[in-house]
Ligand binder design. Sequence first.
Ligand code: SF4
Length: 181
Amino acid sequence: MGDTNANAVSQWVERLSALHRSLMRKFATEEGLQFVHVEILQYLSICNRYSDTTQAISDYLGQTKGSISQSLGLLEEKGLIKRVQDKIDKRVFHLSLLSKGASVTKRLLESIHLDGSEKLEPQLKNLLTSIQKKNGLKGFGTCLSCRFNQSPGKNSFVCGLTKEKLSVDEVKKICKEHEAS
Ligand code: SF4
């Protein structure tokens, strides 16, 4: 019974993933972009400040740093993203969406017509966390399910790994350092 259910869940995940990618690909073509460009813009709209680097994008998308760097150059030329040097570690550059890039991600969401029901989100999050845990995968979850998350008070968050304060909005973003609690 467990195996039958796992097989059914696996098929739904595969179909959803394939459908989502196909809709993203169609959207990218309509916008005159490549699929990977839309993936990068989408990632930058949901990642936190520890995860907005070329290396993190490369890890998330499973592509080489060289190919991601090329795409980033093009997105910068098009005025969709910007790159800012880290104030402390001068070797690190942080990437973020410019308003034109944010508009692309907004149009992407509208074009895909996803069900925004509040019931669905925690279920999908639990499914993702469970798959990550069972496969020993780390990274790219949100603070709320991370073992480093510390909440000293209501709406007050501190990352136990970096010892830095996080805002209410930041804890909803995905992080490359995430480890499931
Ligand atoms: S609490 Fe976890 S997910 Fe949040 S910033 Fe720290 S390491 Fe990242």
